[in-house]
Unconditional design. Structure first.
Length: 325
């Protein structure tokens, strides 16, 4: 149902309202996979996405069977088209600002460029991903997605054998740097003067041939061809052609009006198929422990959650029609 509402003399602001089995919030691999498998189970699905993916700057995604090397944006485009091709699916672009429980149903509200979308659903699947906070290096974003990456499993193969940097300010940087060392024998771990590395970890790094530099980092150097070095606050420049960075991830769910259980990092606690602590609310992908994973893993999580949603609906969630009446 579509309703146009506007005050006299003003331009019409479109308001679309939907009554569906499931609202999926987020159209990354996890959300798209959940939506695709749900419509194939003959469930009516509203897929709502703001089209602001975390990996938008990444030129190529890897490890996704039959799509290795595809642009992440192209992968999302293909997925949206596949979902939208089903009669049971409605795909809309909007920023969701409220999801709340109303008796036995969920009410969802979103906006996009002055228009509104609302929905009543039996189930909500949250697949909104994470927000990344990087070390405060002025030029990092200029190289991110080409010379600088955050996913080792996704992008280290293309950097194999190169002089690399690992830059991080969290307590797990040693473990993460040692992962990168599997692809190169020329790696420098930069802690930006933030992390204190103990003697045991220093020995682990030395044993793997990883150099440790604890000086503050000023910025990254490079040109149009890519990264050329890491510039320290004291003026020294360490030549590097590629880098991995350890972001701090944030789960932004202020719009979710439900007391869902989180872990110590703020990730949404779920069972193995995506059920949260709130009945009728599911979460998939990077917002669930252990956090960011490869795209194909997130897609698998979405498919598993879709099967669980379908089984749970068959098994006794109150019917939407009866709840709305």
């Amino acid at each position: 149902m579509t309703v146009d509402q506007a005050p006299p003399g003003a331009a019409a602001a479109k308001h679309t309202a939907h009554t569906v089995d499931v609202v999926v919030v987020g159209a990354g691999p996890a959300g798209l996979s959940a939506a695709l498998n749900l419509v194939r189970a003959k469930r009516s699905v509203l897929l709502v996405d703001s089209n602001r993916p975390r990996n938008a700057a990444t030129l190529r995604s890897h490890g996704f069977l039959t799509r290795d090397g595809v642009s992440p944006l192209e992968l999302r485009k293909l997925g949206r088209e596949e979902v939208a091709s089903y009669d049971e699916a409605t795909v809309v672009q909007a920023v969701v600002d409220d999801v709340s429980r109303d008796g036995d149903v969920w009410r969802v509200h979103g906006t996009w460029r002055g228009s509104q979308v609302t929905a009543v659903a039996r189930v909500v699947v949250v697949a909104t991903g994470l927000r990344e906070e990087f070390p405060a290096l002025p030029s990092l974003r200029a190289f991110y997605g080409a010379s600088v990456h955050s996913c080792v499993e996704c992008d280290a193969y293309e950097k194999a054998g190169q002089p690399l940097a690992f830059i991080g300010e969290t307590d797990d940087v040693v473990d993460r740097a040692l992962l990168v060392a599997a692809w190169t024998d020329d790696l420098v771990l930069f802690t930006n003067g933030v992390v204190r590395v103990g003697q045991g970890d220093r020995a682990r790094l030395a044993s793997a041939g990883v150099r440790l530099d604890e000086r503050p980092v000023a910025d990254l150097d490079g040109d149009r061809s890519g990264l050329t070095g890491v510039r320290l606050a004291d003026g020294d420049v360490v030549p590097r052609t590629g880098a991995f960075v350890r972001p701090i991830w944030h789960v932004d769910l202020d719009w979710l009006d439900a007391s869902v259980e989180r872990d110590e990092e703020g990730l949404v606690v779920v069972d193995r198929v995506g059920r949260t602590s709130v009945p009728g609310l599911y979460a998939v992908g990077d917002i669930t422990p252990p956090g960011p994973e490869q795209l194909i893993v997130a897609a698998g999580h979405g498919a598993a959650a879709a099967a669980a949603v379908h089984r749970d609906l068959v098994g006794g969630l109150a019917s939407l029609r009866d709840a709305v009446q």
